[in-house]
Design a protein around this ligand. Structure first.
Ligand code: ARG
Length: 459
């Protein structure tokens, strides 16, 4: 097959080279954006009198047909035609004849691919935002349903202080909100169109980049043609955003694996989201959460891959940059899949009330409350810390929890301790006493739930 760029060549491209340089295996996903960009480019060429009305009409008709063919899976993809841009252009010439070759006037694949990928990612970004909203909504529903449920809060994976289950779940809602906000920033920063930058230096044809930008839903054209075709910040940034989402999901996945273990028994996962063992009949494994945790490695790998590819590239376009698509497209699918499956799993997760409440009391989780109690009686916090430390050591030796000690025993450590101490040693009292803004008290958690209900209700 003669290449669209074959003029200056006298030998056929080696088969190995065709296979090696082709990107159609993955960039065929950009067909919609490619055709959309071509349509707008064609209409602009007509408006500017660069091609005739008649020529433009036949190109537009051809593009419509090609879109249908690709949608119906009728256009075969071949490495000989390298990428999606060449496939569309080649097919267009087959359909409308030599006039199809006029579409590429005042355009290069360099600005074409920069446009297509940007458009594609802007769409994906919106979908991603929707999936983040979905998981936030399920977390909020679970928070509302479990607002009275208390569990141990951890630091260093050791019992720290009791908290509400809802409070813990809302921490994830916050994390996903930051992801959404990063996506929104990204969306604002990618609002300029590179189309019309051509190979690297602009064009001598009287094109209208403002028209094409507007028609494609951008705020305006990019300012520097050389930067526009060299820039892959939008792809690197998207990979950073995806990596952080994946890290958030992996932390949640890790907690799900732990919490569903026999040792924790905090939660029961829905059967439909677990798998069994081929040998051990009793097993119900949290493979979904494990895979979400595991796939994070893949997403981070994709980010490092593109960052490394871009490092040290001279301006403007280099073929290295074709390596932007595979990792990013894979990372997108991976993160979208992880979000969907985690949302489904969370929806069907049950919290085991008795176990959680029993555990919330273990490990001296109200020791800080006891120290605060002494502080209120006038003891400096550092001294109170020391006294309670000694009480805890005593309990550890005796194999007792704090609230099992008698008032007499407690008084032995500090004469300031009175009967009212037992109020602060209770888990529920402890939780509700943490009423500072952003704390875990019922009042604060209900305020947070109401706030989120409003934010998530707005879409
Ligand atoms: N498939 C190429 C890519 O994704 C398109 C741009 C090719 N441009 C070029 N001058 N070879 O980067």
């Amino acid at each position: 097959m003669t290449k669209l760029w074959g003029g200056r060549f006298s030998e056929e491209t080696d088969k190995l080279v065709e296979e090696f340089t082709s990107s159609i295996q993955y960039d065929h996903l950009l067909y919609k954006e490619d055709i959309e960009g071509s349509r707008v480019h064609c209409r602009m060429l007509m408006r500017q009198g660069i091609i005739s009305q008649e020529e433009g009409e036949s190109i537009l008709k051809g593009l419509d047909e090609i879109e249908g063919e690709i949608e119906r899976g009728e256009l075969p993809f071949t490495p000989e035609l390298e990428d999606i841009h060449m496939h569309v252009e080649h097919r267009l010439k087959e359909k409308v004849g030599p006039v199809g070759g006029k579409l590429h006037t005042a355009r290069s694949r360099n600005d074409q691919v920069a446009l297509d990928f940007r458009l594609y990612l802007r769409r994906e970004g919106k979908e991603l935002r929707g999936l983040l909203r979905d998981i936030q909504k399920v977390l909020l529903e679970q928070a509302e349903a479990n607002v009275d449920l208390i569990m141990p809060g951890f630091t260093h994976l050791q019992h720290a202080q009791p908290v509400r289950v809802a409070f813990h779940l809302l921490a994830y809602v916050e994390m996903f909100q930051r992801d959404i906000s990063r996506l929104e920033d990204w969306h604002r920063r990618t609002a300029l169109s590179p189309l019309g930058s051509c190979a690297l230096a602009g064009t001598s044809f009287p094109i209208d980049r403002h028209f094409t930008s507007r028609e494609l839903g951008f705020e305006g054209p990019t300012r520097n043609a050389m930067d526009s075709v060299s820039d892959r910040d939008f792809a690197m940034e998207m990979l950073s955003i995806l990596s952080i989402i994946a890290i958030h999901l992996s932390r949640m996945a890790e907690e799900i694996v732990l919490w569903s273990s026999t040792e924790f028994s905090f939660i029961t996962l829905p059967d439909g989201f677990c798998t069994g063992s081929s040998i051990m009949p009793q097993k119900k494994n949290p493979d979904v959460a494990e895979l979400v945790r595991g796939k994070t490695g893949r997403v981070l790998g994709a980010m490092v891959a593109l960052f490394t590819t871009m490092k040290g590239l001279p301006l403007a376009y280099n073929r290295d940059m074709q390596e932007d698509k595979e990792p990013l497209l894979d990372a997108l699918e991976t993160v979208k899949g992880s979000l969907k499956v985690m949302t489904g799993m969370l929806k069907g997760t049950r919290f085991n009330r008795e176990e959680l409440e029993r555990r919330a009391k273990e490990g001296f989780t109200t020791a800080t409350d006891l120290a605060d109690y002494l502080v209120r009686k006038g003891v400096p916090f550092r001294d109170a810390h020391g006294i309670v430390g000694r009480i805890v050591a005593h309990c550890v030796n005796q194999g007792l929890e704090l609230d099992r000690l008698s008032l007499k025993e407690l008084k032995g450590f500090s004469p300031l301790i009175e009967e009212d101490v037992f109020k602060v040693l209770g888990v529920k009292e402890s939780v509700d006493s943490r009423d500072s803004f952003g704390g875990t008290s019922k009042r604060e958690v209900e305020r947070a739930i109401a706030w989120w209900r409003e934010v998530l209700g707005e879409g």
